[in-house]
Design a protein around this ligand. Structure first.
Ligand code: XIL
Length: 344
């Protein structure tokens, strides 16, 4: 059995969280448990303590947390000798208090880097700094963080080869295998993912990603799977029709796959708000159904869960991209996801 799938089996037997149906019916979390899927959300540490509705909704509906920013290189390791673990710790502690798993996000990305990681470094300095960073962060949470997005967005925007980042420019393509090996060394039990956006369906970018992970597997590099971000809508485009085929081809390599950052913008859709929310619900339903249809698709993570707080608004203008409205009322999209998890 492939390593990733075997891991999931072990986790399922030993650490399946709570989350049974409430008196008011199933939650995403309980439906996910029935479907054998982890139901994730990106969270902001500050809101866990400042907003009780935020914390309450999260605890009721989700069983897999990702730090939206708190574990990225800049925030968690802002100076060479300064580590800012408290916000990340708060997320891990909240998860543990509510029988949730945590995915670490992320170890190597071309964005949100601290100032000291820059083009003036020599290749040796950058490699040593990256190794120290990965070993420290993964090692600190060893046994408490079940999975890591080790390398985020390594593929070029146009799909032709790897992204021209500081890491590729200085270290060559081997930086990806190095990062995975160091992470594996620091926590041999953690699931290790490459995470990518715009590679959700069959396209040039996912073809390049596929070739990359196939090569990594041939070289015996420890990789458990691939996360597909699934930012959809106005800026990122219509939901691809080939998501399921794409998940299946990566799964056929013996890898786990997951939906890692789903949100669906609606401001460009035709019709009134009701019509746009209904269309959004169909998109959410169909993507989650694609995951449920592919046995290796073990998790669906949404990039936030309330329209009160989404990166989409600040980056691309006001929108309503998530499952709950700004008052934490479940939207049609929520019921679309619930239906998909229940096989409807
Ligand atoms: C975003 C966060 O949501 C924002 O708060 C932050 O300012 C920028 O990053 N792909 C990723 C995520 O992998 O880390 C990004 O998160 C969204 C796109």
């Amino acid at each position: 059995m492939p390593r990733g799938l075997m891991m999931i089996g072990v986790i399922a037997l030993t650490a399946w969280g709570c989350g049974s149906a409430t008196a008011r019916g199933p939650t995403l979390r309980s439906a996910g448990e029935h479907a054998g899927r982890w139901i994730g959300a990106a969270v902001q540490a500050g809101l866990l303590t400042s907003d009780s509705d935020y914390a309450g909704t999260l605890a009721r509906e989700f069983d897999y947390l990702t730090a939206e920013n708190e574990m990225k290189w800049g925030p968690i390791h802002p100076e060479p000798d300064t580590w800012n673990f408290a916000p990340a710790d708060a997320i891990v502690e909240f998860a543990e208090a509510h029988s949730m798993r945590v995915k670490g996000h992320n170890l190597v990305w071309h964005m949100q880097l601290p100032g000291y990681v820059n083009t003036e470094m020599t290749a040796d300095e950058l490699r040593a700094t990256m190794e120290e960073h990965i070993r420290m962060v993964v090692g600190r949470y060893r046994g408490r963080i079940v999975a890591w997005d080790v390398v985020n967005e390594p593929i070029a925007e146009n799909g032709r080869g790897l992204r021209a980042s500081l890491f590729l420019d200085k270290l060559g393509p081997g930086y990806i295998a190095d990062a995975l090996r160091w992470a594996h060394d620091a926590d041999p039990d953690a699931l290790l993912f490459i995470n990518e956006y715009g590679a959700d369906g069959l396209n040039a970018k996912s073809n390049t990603l596929f070739d990359l992970v196939e090569d990594l597997l041939h070289e015996g590099v420890p990789i458990s799977g691939v996360g597909f971000q699934m930012h959809l809508g106005y800026v990122f485009g219509r939901p691809p029709a080939t998501v399921r085929q794409n998940l299946e081809r990566f799964a056929a390599l013996g890898l786990l796959v997951n939906i890692s950052e789903m949100d669906v913008q609606i401001k460009n859709l035709p019709g009134d708000l009701e019509a746009r929310l209904a269309a959004q619900a169909v998109t959410y339903h169909d993507i989650v159904a694609d995951c449920v249809a592919v046995p290796a698709c073990h998790a669906v993570t949404f990039w936030g869960f309330t329209d009160k707080s989404s990166w989409i608004d600040s980056f691309f203008g006001d929108d309503d991209p998530l499952l709950f409205d700004a008052s934490y009322k479940p939207k049609p999209a929520y019921f679309g996801v619930l239906d998909a998890l229940q096989g409807r």
